[in-house]
Write a protein that binds this ligand. Sequence first.
Ligand code: SAM
Length: 343
Amino acid sequence: MNKQPDPSHIMQTATAFWASKVLLTAVEFDLFSVLAKESMTAMQLGERLNIHPRGRFDFLDALVALKFLDRDGDGPDGLYRNTPETDAFLNKASPAYIGGLPEMLNARLFGFWNELGTALRTGEAQSEAKIHGKPIFEELYASESSLGTFLEAMTGFQFANFLQLAEKFDFSRFNSVCDVGGALALLSRTVASKHDHLVFNTFDLPPVAPLAQKQIDAAGMTDRISVVSGDFFRDELPKADVITMGNILHDWNLEKKKVLIQKAYDALPAGGAFIAVENLIDDARRENAFGLLMSLNMLIEFGDAFDYTAADFRAWCSEVGFSDFDVIPLAGPTSAAVAYKGV
Ligand SMILES: C[S@@+](CC[C@H](N)C(=O)[O-])C[C@H]1O[C@@H](n2cnc3c(N)ncnc32)[C@H](O)[C@@H]1O
């Protein structure tokens, strides 16, 4: 007997932005940092966060039903508290805070994605690049607050991936790493904490340097991680046994991707490894929905930039001379695509 079609998947996806906006607004209100200190009733939270009585219970109970809050008791006396996950990752006092990502999604991308239809019709960016006509990093880095928000958001995307990279990639036969487009030096700090023998350069645009240095100093890793400022299209990359690029290639069109791959090849010794940490799309482009959505996000952000498959990576890297390849699954939809320079 044929199974009746079920509309629930359609309905769930069609309304998914409701749940997304509830979570993003909770981060915007810093609800999880407030609740990290003590459980509170809806009345207390409403007054503390300035939430109108009409929305208080709906908002907080939706967060309970969505499993971002727990509640002891029901009704006006019910006490709301963080789940272990929101306490660890969305409470600003936690060292594992990844709220920079939802903050950025809320402040920038939620609105820009409203123009997905326009992006699909025109092939053009719908971000600040469209509004001001300037290259996106120049635009984002023009103010200290948008620079900080963007870099913190990158931490949210990659936190779990870099931990897994540190565990799964065999760093034992290498001595040095250069993380290209290293942002707040998260990759360097994470890998350094697991592999005592390695030294690092974290390479990024000049405005990023003081913020990266602050994080490195706070981690007590000043003697192992050096901040190098430069422009990866104008300057050579610092030489290292391993060159890493986390979510870098997907920011650019094919021509610029190939320039960066060539630069990585040139900066490596024979036997060196080039690692791209990205939401690699499966080769048949059927499975990794997040990777495909990320690629649409790159259309919204940059226009001609796009995400890619392991087969694409292998083909582009073969063109410049890399000879061996590997793919290491990391957290969720992310992988490390590895290309080795022949000995
Ligand atoms: C999408 S973020 C990725 C950050 C980090 N690697 C990660 O995986 O989260 C791109 C990074 O590339 C840096 N970047 C952009 N253009 C650059 C350029 N021309 N030269 C050096 N770094 C650049 C940005 O400052 C930013 O830190």
